[in-house]
Design a protein around this ligand. Structure first.
Ligand code: PLP
Length: 399
């Protein structure tokens, strides 16, 4: 009766109708002789979405956090030195996990609003002549701050230092949305989840694993960290026959079949271009709003999947979010951790189009004005409209 509750948080994202329908199926026999047809196809096609030629992708019945844990437990040992950086709630949580699992974290603290510090990484790697650092971690898209980091740049830094450390990437809010090239960039472990670019409910954790990381796992077969549910070994054994070592979430897998078909039919480049254009419209709106600014500290850091936006001085971002929700039936993302009360977020990833985003911008604009912001009503929507009118996904180049 009241129409839809609009969802513009950076995950879970909107589930396309065909994907929802594909999940609306009876329970099925996960040990049936024809079940491997589904599983083998998914494992093959996940590699295409990851742009991975060798190696493999695991599908865990977990959220992205489970895939983070699996990546660490299967390829590193307690006490191993790893290089990490912290610049938002999710990179912070990954550091926390690494420490809790017993890794010796060499930490680069970065101002929130910037991302992976390539120069600092280069210094640490060049100084590490006896290769004590076993892995380098990079959060490609920090969802809390709307900051994207240069993963190809991290690969260059590793290569320039002639350093053999494995490269771990958090791609939870980037893979299947913005450019990600697992093979080309020499990424060894790449984490993602079902509820963002893959346009599914939460419940599947994805982990791309390179041949080099699979070798590291084999070397640690009888040592390394304790692992059981998330062990590569059990998964490999069963996945190779088209099954899982536990009861799989069959409906989510049917949904994944449908979303992968949509993603691969569209083509990765086209998906990356669509996200760029959508993001540019949101950034045009933010620029038009007096007193608002992006948390990202410059165009090189701006994310094409989520914008974190500082509310104007004196305006509590929590009021903006609650007004949008209660009065305009629109969910915006909250400010996490030190951004609470200061920033709100607009998620612009997954199944979205310009008109949907004009709705999100309109709701944010009304809620901003209601919360006391001195912005010109309609200014953000007009700026976004102008951008969408002037562009198509193909010409939304640059930032
Ligand atoms: N990493 C990033 C960048 C995220 O955005 C999130 C969740 O939003 C996570 C990790 C954690 O993933 P999950 O909530 O699926 O466990």
């Amino acid at each position: 009766m009241n129409g839809y509750q609009h969802l513009y948080i950076p995950g879970p994202t909107n589930v396309p109708e065909p994907v929802r329908q594909a999940m609306n199926v009876p329970m099925e026999d996960m040990r049936a002789p024809d079940f491997p047809e589904l599983v083998t196809g998914l494992l093959t096609d996940m590699k295409k979405a990851y742009r991975l030629e060798n190696g493999r992708v695991f599908i865990f019945p977990s959220s992205g956090t489970g895939a983070w844990e699996s990546a660490i437990q299967n390829t590193l040992q307690p006490g191993d030195k790893v290089l990490m950086s912290r610049f938002g709630q999710f990179s912070l949580l990954w550091v926390d996990m690494a420490e809790r699992l017993g890794l010796d974290v060499v930490l680069c603290e970065v101002e929130w609003g910037k991302g992976v510090p390539l120069e600092d990484y280069a210094k640490h790697l060049e100084a590490d002549k006896d290769h004590q650092i076993k892995a380098v971690f990079a959060t490609q898209n920090e969802t809390a701050t709307g900051v994207t980091s240069d993963i190809a740049g991290v690969r260059k830094v590793l290569d320039a230092a002639g350093h053999p450390a494995m490269l771990f990437v958090d791609g939870v809010s980037s893979i299947a949305s913005i450019e990600f090239e697992m093979e080309k960039w020499g990424v060894d472990l790449a984490v993602s989840g079902s509820q963002k670019g893959f346009m599914l409910p939460a419940g599947l954790g994805f982990l791309g694993v390179s041949d080099k990381a699979l070798e590291a796992n084999k070397r640690l077969a009888n040592s390394g960290m304790s692992r059981c549910y998330f062990s590569f070994e059990d998964m490999i054994k069963l996945n190779d026959t088209g099954y899982f070592p536990y009861t799989p979430a069959t409906q989510l897998l049917r949904g994944l079949r449908c979303s992968l078909d949509m993603i691969l039919d569209a083509g990765m480049e086209s998906i990356w271009a669509r996200h760029k254009r959508l993001a540019q419209g949101v950034r045009a709106a933010v620029e038009a709003w007096d007193g608002c600014e992006l948390v990202a500290r410059g165009p090189e850091w701006e994310s094409d999947t989520v914008s974190a936006i500082y509310a104007p001085e004196g305006v509590d971002a929590r009021d903006v979010i609650s007004t949008a929700y209660n009065k305009y039936q629109t969910s915006l993302g909250t400010g996490l951790n030190k951004l609470a009360g200061k920033a709100f977020r607009i998620g612009h990833l997954g199944s979205l189009n310009p008109v949907m985003l004009c709705g999100a911008i309109s709701a944010a604009e009304m809620a901003l004005v209601d919360a006391g912001a001195k912005i010109e009503p309609g200014s953000g929507v007009a700026a976004a409209q102008a951008h969408y009118r002037e562009t198509t996904p193909d010409n939304a180049k640059g930032s």
